[in-house]
Write a protein that binds this ligand. Sequence first.
Ligand SMILES: [Cu+2]
Length: 315
Amino acid sequence: MGDLKFLTNAFPPLGSRGDPESPSHYSGSQDEKNIEGCHPEEPLQGRAQDLLQKEKRKWFTFLLCLFFPTCATAAFPKPWQMYYQEPVTPVMEHLYDFHATLLWIEGAIVLLVAILLIFAIVRFRASRNKTPSKTAHNTLLEIIWTAIPVLVLVFIAFPSFKLLYMMDVTPKSDLTIKAIGNQWYWTYEYPDQDIRFDSNILAESQLKPGQFRLLEVDNRVMVPTNTNVRVITTSTDVLHSWAVPAFGVKRDSVPGRLNETWFNVKKEGVYYGQCSELCGVKHGFMPIVIEAVSPEKFKQWVASKKSAPQTHSGG
Ligand SMILES: [Cu+2]
């Protein structure tokens, strides 16, 4: 049967998974916690910038939660959640920051328009203007109110295109996963590791305490942290979409076609996603669960998968 110890290491008992309400409900072992936050190979300046960025994000979330008390960041959706899940990949971090920047710009525009509107209502009210002005054109004003929005859009376009390019072009990857959509479950292949398994939703009766209804699966996708992972999506029947909010990833899986996306998870934990393309009656019952573990643990998992007989149920 072989040594099963690494299996229990890779899948700690549920009791040790920490508070299900905490942002990343798999809190990991003490050893992992010691490793966390210590990346000696990272240049110091980059780390300082990273910290600043994280601090900014924290403040933004705090302000947001002040106005929308039900908003929250987490690796899984919460009832009445108003904002994104906690970003754990560079792409999602950039998406998060870009969205925050846009909110500030939009806020400023709304404020400006509101002020102008109130000013016009008060200043040009009927009681104060018995004989209203008949002015219909003002060339300078028209040029200004056309040019400013154009400049604002150009200003937004640059980071937007940069982000699109970042999401679109897969960097050199160290691991490839193929996600195959089926009505109504996912099949995963690790072509280089010769691993293939189905991932089915857990019925409510199968859930253990702390697990999430409609989000939990029998076989999780395991990935190593701090590794570029290429995801190839396709489908055996109809359109599905492989989406994980905390990764900023959503890619259609199309029968007869291969689509590609990528992610690099920075933080160990369990991340939840769902099929995001209406694919039939059980569209809402084919969740995606990804467990990000340290590269060492991932190697152990691969070894354990190889020694165990591989099953492939269903179509
Ligand atoms: Cu689907």
